[in-house]
Design a protein around this ligand. Sequence first.
Ligand SMILES: CC/C=C\C/C=C\C/C=C\C/C=C\C/C=C\C/C=C\CCC(=O)SCCNC(=O)CCNC(=O)[C@H](O)C(C)(C)COP(=O)(O)OP(=O)(O)OC[C@H]1O[C@@H](n2cnc3c(N)ncnc32)[C@H](O)[C@@H]1OP(=O)(O)O
Ligand SMILES: CCCCCCCC/C=C\CCCCCCCC(=O)OC[C@@H](O)COP(=O)(O)O
Length: 377
Amino acid sequence: MSLVQLLKSHFLSHLFICYVFLVSGLIINLLQLCTLPLWLLNKQLARKVNCRFAYTVSSQLVAALEWWSGTECSLYTDPKSYPLYGKENAIVVLNHSFEIDFLCGWTFCERFGVLGSSKVLAKKELAYVPIIGWMWYFQEIVFCKRKWEEDRKTVTQSLQNLRDYPENYWFLLYCEGTRFTTEKHRISMQVAETKGLPKLKYHLLPRTKGFWVTVQNLRGTVAAVYDSTLNFRNNVMPTLLGILSGKKYHADLYVRRIPLDVIPEDESECADWLHKLYQEKDSFQDGYMQTGRYPGPIVSPPRRPWSLINWLFWSCLLLYPLGLLLAQLIISGSVMTILSTVVLCTAASVGVRWMIGQTEINRSSNYGSKTTRQNNN
Ligand SMILES: CC/C=C\C/C=C\C/C=C\C/C=C\C/C=C\C/C=C\CCC(=O)SCCNC(=O)CCNC(=O)[C@H](O)C(C)(C)COP(=O)(O)OP(=O)(O)OC[C@H]1O[C@@H](n2cnc3c(N)ncnc32)[C@H](O)[C@@H]1OP(=O)(O)O
Ligand SMILES: CCCCCCCC/C=C\CCCCCCCC(=O)OC[C@@H](O)COP(=O)(O)O
């Protein structure tokens, strides 16, 4: 094992990365709270400031993927669409089968300069996750309870708020509504059968209401839907813990730009359109499984240094107080102080482990594991 590999897999390195993420994240949450009065005075400025704050937090996870683990991201797309990425608002429709699919999404956002302003239709539970969830509140992320009767009004309102957003953004929609598991797939294909829809092999049946409401409310401000299909080479199932341990993966993303005008306005026609899209996505997955690639050329955007620079900045800033604390701890020699520090560190480690757990498929909610809406979470 080389020295670099040893460093990447060492527990102390992970502890330091998590320390930087935790402390800088809480500082950013606090700074975001301080922008509240600015919302009243100059809303557009407050939004721009919050985009920068969000960037400093989410880009740390991107840095872990790009620079620490060295994971590569290839983009298969039409070269004519490529120059538009990052220059317009878009709705991104992505498959939801991997624990780090959101992180690969963020990585592409970073490479096209829309990371700080990126949006998602997220389950409400994520709003309570410290740092990321709290940051999302200021980033105007749209939350849903996955109960349409309640979501219809709140989601519509949150989407309407985005109509005058001052920065270009990508709005991510996981239309499957939950992560892929064999059991959820079985149930969802039963639903497909009762609806007379063709079976999907690699996707859950898409939920169409969120897509329709998003398209309708953002029409006129969003230029296109980016139909995106993600896969990892060699059939691996990457994890956030793997990234933290410096494990290198290779992501392949296939993106088709579809102008928003071609999407029907009528709800049931729009639903049919989305079902057809997922049937096409399924065939792309099938092709990938057989050939190991998607159709079309690879036009990958290069990684940029900013996520690394941001991480180095926070590490340098936070190394000094950490050193000071450790030195004082040793000098003091007080059993009580040492004990309380150990308790604090353990609590922080448990907290971070819980946050990482949010990304794990085996801790997925039971939404979609029944055809009814019982036992949602
Ligand atoms: C160039 C590069 C391009 C791209 C780069 C890629 C990506 C980067 C982009 C942006 C990155 C930004 C941010 C990423 C960061 C972090 C993201 C992390 C996580 C957040 C993700 C989530 O939280 S996913 C969960 C929440 N989201 C959703 O659920 C969205 C989809 N859901 C919907 O749209 C739903 O309709 C709803 C939530 C609005 C409402 O749900 P509800 O369940 O109440 O109602 P439905 O109408 O959907 O359900 C009832 C209908 O469904 C049928 N049914 C019943 N059981 C099932 C079943 N098991 N499977 C399928 N269907 C079922 C039922 O019959 C009903 O049918 P009807 O015909 O009556 O409608
Ligand atoms: C710099 C490295 C720092 C390491 C420390 C990392 C700490 C953890 C960071 C972030 C954790 C929160 C990320 C939230 C994103 C979770 C995305 C997700 O996949 O949500 C699931 C949702 O779609 C569907 O849920 P279910 O399948 O129904 O359940």
